[in-house]
Design a protein around this ligand. Structure first.
Ligand SMILES: Cc1cc2nc3c(=O)[nH]c(=O)nc-3n(C[C@H](O)[C@H](O)[C@H](O)COP(=O)(O)OP(=O)(O)OC[C@H]3O[C@@H](n4cnc5c(N)ncnc54)[C@H](O)[C@@H]3O)c2cc1C
Length: 365
């Protein structure tokens, strides 16, 4: 397994649980998406019109509580996962009612969406006090947040407990007569029957020496962490302003996270820019002016692995025996990563994935 972000870690955990001998290698590259991701799990609010994407994302959201319970039960923590709900902030009550109808229609096939109601601005502010005074909203009870770093560390620890060897180092694919036979990790060959490349935004250059071309590129995201201490933010909902890619969410330690830029064409430049910071803070303060006095803690930068379209790239690479890919999760990888990793582990081990991977062919253009 190459890459121990949320996708590779989940894949290693699942493969070890299926009885495979697993080696998980990671180079700890700056800009890994999992270390910067916000952690919103609410695919049902998305306006994305792609049924395969939605099927995967909603199945992944449904599986999260079970995964978290298993990790917590094993003493590995809950990854700060919590169903805090989400406020879909709209221009007016009519728009909020339309959002509610859309969510209720989806709830017939996804009971985990939970309570859905229209809230007046005053009610919305009771849940998220810094909100602007006129923010009508639709509330989705089933929405959750998770800390990408913590849940991934728990998955790696669980994989290790299942027998996986975790190695720090930069990996390259090793092949013989057109077949992948393992990986060289910092120059040392580790042989394997199958290699899963879950190297996020760095996947394409890893595959290129084999003549395999995948359409995955880095999409930079800058995301700001603020402190509103000593406020108790542990139950504050996610805030999703409708029609905007920006959002707010909170964690237990009086921390509010404001995200994020979506910079296609950023390349691998991992840095905070004046324009990025300005964009994120302007959008955050427009929806939640009460954050103006918050303390700036840090700005994280991550490179989302963006595919040719919204669908991830999952499964075997046609024409190259022993090679599988698990990437392209874009802006939804903290939601989909655990299930995506598991599905590719099942495919690698011939276990018949729980979900059809045909729509996610890694070498589609
Ligand atoms: C600002 C921001 C906000 C986001 N918010 C959300 C959100 O709210 N909800 C959501 O669902 N998703 C969100 N995402 C998306 C999510 O974070 C990503 O889709 C997900 O983390 C991708 O995980 P990954 O494991 O595929 O890739 P990564 O986390 O990038 O992991 C790839 C790993 O591969 C390693 N690697 C690469 N090349 C090599 C090599 N040659 N050898 C060894 N190791 C290698 C790297 O070191 C890295 O650890 C957000 C992303 C960003 C940037």
């Amino acid at each position: 397994m190459i890459g121990a972000g949320i996708t590779g870690a989940a894949c290693a955990y699942a493969a070890a649980a299926l009885g495979a001998e697993v080696v998980l290698a990671d180079a700890g590259l700056a800009g890994r998406a999992t270390a910067a991701g916000a952690g919103i799990i609410c695919p049902w609010a998305s306006h994305v019109d792609d049924s395969a994407w939605y099927a995967l994302a909603s199945a992944a959201a449904r599986e999260y509580p079970g995964l978290v319970a298993a990790l917590a039960g094993a003493g590995l923590g809950d990854g700060s996962y919590r169903r805090v709900g989400a406020l879909i902030v709209t221009g007016d009550a009519d728009e909020a009612a339309a959002e509610r109808e859309r969510l209720l229609a989806r709830r017939t096939a996804a009971a985990e969406i939970g309570d859905v109601e229209v809230l007046a601005a005053r009610q919305a502010r009771e849940l998220f006090p810094p909100l602007r005074a006129d923010a009508a909203a639709a509330f989705v009870g089933g929405a959750a947040r998770v800390d990408g770093r913590l849940i991934t560390a728990a998955l790696v620890a669980a994989a290790r407990r299942g027998g996986a060897e975790v190695v720090a180092g930069r990996a390259a694919l090793a092949s013989r007569r057109g077949r992948v036979v393992g990986a060289e990790i910092d120059g040392r060959l580790t042989e394997a029957d199958a290699v899963v490349v879950a190297a996020g935004a760095w996947t394409a250059p890893l595959l290129a020496p084999l003549g395999v071309s995948v359409s995955v590129r880095p999409e930079r995201g800058q995301i700001v962490h603020l402190s509103v201490g000593p406020a108790d933010t542990s139950r504050w909902p996610v805030v999703l302003p409708v029609g905007s890619g920006h959002y707010l969410l909170a964690f237990d330690d009086s921390r509010v996270v404001a995200g994020a830029t979506r910079e296609t064409g950023s390349g691998f430049e991992v840095r905070v820019t004046a324009g990025g910071l300005h964009e994120v803070l302007t959008q955050a303060l427009a929806v939640a002016p009460g954050l103006a006095a918050a303390t700036h803690l840090e700005t994280r930068v991550g490179l989302r692995p963006a595919g040719p379209d919204l669908r991830p790239l999952l499964g075997p690479v046609r024409g190259v025996e022993g090679l599988l890919v698990a990437t392209g999760l874009g802006a939804s990888g903290l939601t989909m990563g655990p299930l995506a990793g598991k599905l590719v582990a099942q495919a690698a081990l011939g276990a018949g994935p729980d979900l059809d991977l045909a729509p996610f062919d890694p070498v589609r253009s």
